[in-house]
Design a protein around this ligand. Structure first.
Ligand code: ADP
Ligand code: MG
Length: 624
C-alpha cells in the first residue's frame, strides 16, 4: 500500500493531508492521483460513494494549476448545491497551504452578483452546479475559455437530473485540449455516451465492484402494511435511542410530511428537499452536521453525495423507483471504515424490488422485526440508565441540593431509582403498552393487503375528461403509461365531461399521488385526489397520530394511535358513486389533504431545478 508521498504530491498538499488526518490514500486515490499528476489525460473513474473521490481529483488539480495566475483553470461540475459547497470546502482545505489559491462555489439559490464578484477576484478553481454555471456563462460573469481541467463529479446523478444539455453547453465553451475527469458511482448508458462524446481516449479506473455497496453496511428490511409505515419508522427510531440517520422518501412532499410529523411527535428531525430555500437547506444541514438534528428526512437528489460522518442508520422509508438509487442511499452510512445499517421499510408488494436490489449490491437483505412496544421500553430505559451513569455532574445544582435532599430524606436509594426511572419509562410505557404488532408475516401471502384492496382499492378523482379528448380507454392507456403500471393495475375508469375517476390497488396509491403532484398535461396541471367518503388519513398522514415515544415530548399522550390506520375505509362502490354524483371538488378540497396538493400544483416558486426535473423523470420516464 502506498503513501501520499509515494503518489507524488507536493509538500503544501502533504501538509494539508496531515492536517486533515488522512493517513493512507484510498483505493481510488491510489489509482487516480498518479495518473492525473503524471499524464495529460482524460479519465473515467468509477467508485461508489464515500471512497474519497473528491481528493482523487482535487489534489491533482491543485498541484497542476498555476496558482500565481488568476485565470480560471479548473472547473468542477456537481449535481447539487450541497455537494457543490462541500467540494469547494474540501478543495479549500486541501489547498490551505497553497498561497493565493481561490476556490469559488457557484450554485443556484444564492446571490449571483456575490458569486460573480468572487470569481472576478480571480478564481483558479470553480465548483459549480450546471444550471447556475450556464446562467453565469450566458451573462458573461465567468470566463471558462482557458480551463485546463474539468471534472464531472457524480456524473450519473447529473445526467439523471437532466443536466445533460447544460453540461454539453458548458463544455462546448471550454478548450478542446483540456482534460476531462469523470467521476461516477455507476456507469449507465448515458454516462458512457457523455464519456465518448466529450472525452478523448479516457483511461478508466474502477474501484471495487461496479455498483456494489460498501461492505461495512448491513442491509435489513422490515415488512409492514403500507399504512403502518410511519409507525414503523417511529419504532425504529425509538428502538435506537442514539440514532443519527438519514431517512429517504420518494417525493419532496412526503419528505416534508414525514419530517413535520416527526417533529410534531417530538423527535429532533428536519427536512431536506428542493422546495426549501437555500437558506433553509443550509440551516438544516448545519443542524444535522452538529447533531442538533438526529433524523434528516431527505429526497435522493438533495442528499446525494452529502458527506456527514458517523451516520448510524439509513432508513429507506420508501424505496426509490430506480433501484440503483439504493446504493447511493446506503452509502451515506458505513463511511470511513465505520459500520452502518441500511433499513428498508417495505410492504408486501415491494418485496420483489428487494430482490433486484440484492442483485445490484450483491448482498442479501436480512428480514428483521419491528420491535414490539415492551422491547422499546426496555431499550429506552437501559439507554437512560447508561446516560445517567456516564453523566458528568454539573455542580451548578449543588446549591439546590439541600432542598432536594430534604424532599427525599425518607426515600431509600432503591425507591429513588425506581421513581426516577419511572418518570421516563412511564412515558414510553403508556404510549407502547397497548401497541400492536406491526410486522406482517412473510409467509402470509398478503392477507392484509388483500383486505385493503377488497372492494375497489383506491379511487381517484382526476381533473381531465372527455373535454380533454379522453374516453375511458384512452384515459386508462394514458394512466398506465405515465404511471408505468401494468395492464390490470388501473381499473374502473369512468370518464366524465371535465373530470374522471379511476381506481388502482391501494398499494399504488402513493405512487399515483406522488406522480401527479406537479404533472402537466397540455400545459395544464393535472390534479389527482383520492375520492372517498372519509378522506383517508394514511399512516403517514398529517393528522397527529398520538405522539410516539418522541424524545423531547413531555406529556406523551398515548392516544389512540390506531386512528392513523387507514383500515376502516368505507368506500363501497355505492358510496363511491354518491361522491361522484356530487362531483363536488369543493368538498374534496375540504379534506385535509387537498388544499396542500392544489397549492403545490400552482406554486412554481423557488424550486431546485434539478430536483424538479428528477421528480418528473423518475416517474415519468415513458413520457420522454
Ligand atoms: P466520495 O466523493 O467518493 O463520496 P468523499 O470525497 O466525499 O467521497 O470522501 C468521503 C470522506 O472520506 C470525506 O469525509 C473525506 O474527507 C474522507 N477521506 C477521503 N480520503 C481519505 C483518506 N485517504 N483517508 C481518510 N479519510 C479520507
Ligand atoms: Mg463525491
Amino acid at each position: 500500500m502506498s503513501t501520499f508521498q509515494d503518489l507524488g504530491l507536493n509538500e503544501d498538499l502533504l501538509k494539508a493531508i496531515t492536517d486533515l488526518g488522512f493517513e493512507t490514500p484510498s483505493e481510488v486515490q491510489e489509482k487516480a492521483i498518479p495518473i492525473l499528476l503524471e499524464q495529460e489525460t482524460d479519465l473515467v473513474a468509477l467508485a461508489q460513494t464515500g471512497t474519497g473521490k473528491t481528493a482523487a481529483f482535487g489534489f491533482p488539480m491543485l498541484q497542476k494549476i498555476d496558482i500565481d495566475s488568476r485565470t480560471t483553470q479548473g472547473l468542477i461540475l456537481s449535481p447539487t448545491r450541497e455537494l457543490c459547497l462541500q467540494i469547494a470546502n474540501e478543495m479549500k482545505a486541501y489547498g490551505k497551504y497553497c498561497k493565493g489559491l481561490n476556490v469559488v462555489a457557484i450554485y443556484g439559490g444564492s446571490s449571483i452578483t456575490d458569486q460573480a464578484r468572487e470569481v472576478k477576484r480571480g478564481a483558479q478553481v470553480i465548483v459549480a452546479t450546471p444550471g447556475r454555471m450556464k446562467d453565469m456563462i450566458k451573462r458573461r460573469l465567468v470566463d471558462i475559455t482557458k480551463i485546463q481541467y474539468s471534472v464531472l463529479d457524480e456524473a450519473d446523478e447529473m445526467l439523471n437530473m437532466g443536466f445533460k444539455e447544460d453540461i454539453t453547453d458548458i463544455l462546448s465553451g471550454t478548450p478542446d485540449d483540456k482534460n476531462t475527469w469523470l467521476f461516477s458511482a455507476t456507469m449507465p448508458k448515458e454516462v458512457s455516451t457523455i464519456a465518448r462524446k466529450f472525452m478523448n481516449d479516457p483511461q478508466e479506473i474502477t474501484v471495487g465492484h461496479k455498483n456494489q455497496s460498501t461492505n461495512t453496511v448491513s442491509h435489513e428490511y422490515y415488512l409492514v402494511n403500507a399504512r403502518d409505515r410511519y409507525q414503523a419508522l417511529k419504532r425504529l427510531a425509538d428502538a435506537n435511542p442514539d440514532i443519527f440517520s438519514v431517512i429517504f422518501c420518494r417525493t419532496k412532499r412526503d419528505t416534508q410530511k414525514v419530517a413535520e410529523q416527526l417533529i410534531e411527535d417530538g423527535y429532533s428531525a428536519g427536512a431536506l428537499h428542493g422546495d426549501l430555500s437555500q437558506n433553509q437547506r443550509d440551516i438544516v444541514m448545519k443542524q444535522f452536521r452538529s447533531r442538533q438534528i438526529q433524523m434528516l428526512v431527505a429526497t435522493d437528489v438533495a442528499a446525494r453525495g452529502i458527506d456527514v460522518d458517523d451516520i448510524t442508520h439509513v432508513i429507506n422509508y420508501q424505496l426509490s423507483d430506480e433501484i440503483e438509487t439504493y446504493t447511493h442511499r446506503s452509502g451515506r452510512t458505513g463511511r470511513a471504515g465505520k459500520t452502518g445499517i441500511s433499513m428498508v421499510i417495505v410492504s408486501k408488494s415491494e418485496i420483489r424490488r428487494l430482490k433486484s436490489i440484492e442483485r445490484i449490491i450483491n448482498k442479501k437483505f436480512e428480514l428483521k422485526e419491528i420491535p414490539n412496544g415492551m422491547a422499546i421500553c426496555e431499550v429506552q430505559l437501559l439507554s437512560l440508565a447508561n446516560k445517567i451513569h456516564n453523566t458528568e455532574i454539573n455542580h451548578e445544582i449543588d446549591k439546590y441540593l439541600e432542598d432536594i435532599n430534604a424532599l427525599f430524606e425518607e426515600t431509600s436509594k432503591e425507591e429513588l431509582i425506581k421513581k426516577f426511572f419511572s418518570v421516563e419509562f412511564t412515558r414510553f410505557f403508556n404510549y407502547y403498552q397497548k401497541s400492536k404488532n406491526l410486522n406482517v408475516a412473510a409467509g402470509d401471502s398478503g392477507r392484509d393487503s388483500g383486505r385493503e384492496s377488497s372492494g375497489s382499492g383506491a379511487r381517484y378523482f382526476i381533473n381531465v375528461g372527455e373535454k380533454d379528448g379522453f374516453d375511458w380507454m384512452k384515459l386508462k392507456d394514458f394512466l398506465k403509461e405515465v404511471l408505468d403500471l401494468g395492464r390490470d393495475d388501473v381499473f374502473k375508469v369512468d370518464c366524465k365531461d371535465t373530470f374522471s375517476f379511476f381506481n388502482t390497488e391501494k398499494e399504488h396509491q402513493e405512487k399515483v399521488l406522488a406522480f401527479f403532484t406537479d404533472y402537466k398535461h397540455e400545459g395544464r396541471f393535472v390534479n389527482v385526489e383520492i375520492t372517498e367518503d372519509k378522506p383517508s388519513r394514511g399512516g403517514r398522514g398529517r393528522g397527529n397520530s398520538g405522539g410516539g415515544g418522541g424524545r423531547r415530548r413531555d406529556g406523551g399522550s398515548g392516544g389512540d394511535r390506531r386512528r392513523s390506520g387507514g383500515g376502516e375505509r368505507r368506500s363501497s362502490e355505492g358510496r363511491g358513486r354518491r361522491s361522484e354524483g356530487s362531483g363536488s371538488v369543493d368538498r374534496r378540497r375540504g379534506s385535509d389533504d387537498a388544499p396542500a396538493r392544489s397549492r403545490r400544483s400552482d406554486g412554481g416558486g423557488d424550486r431546485d431545478k434539478g430536483e424538479f426535473k428528477t421528480t418528473h423523470s423518475r416517474s415519468g420516464r415513458s413520457r420522454r
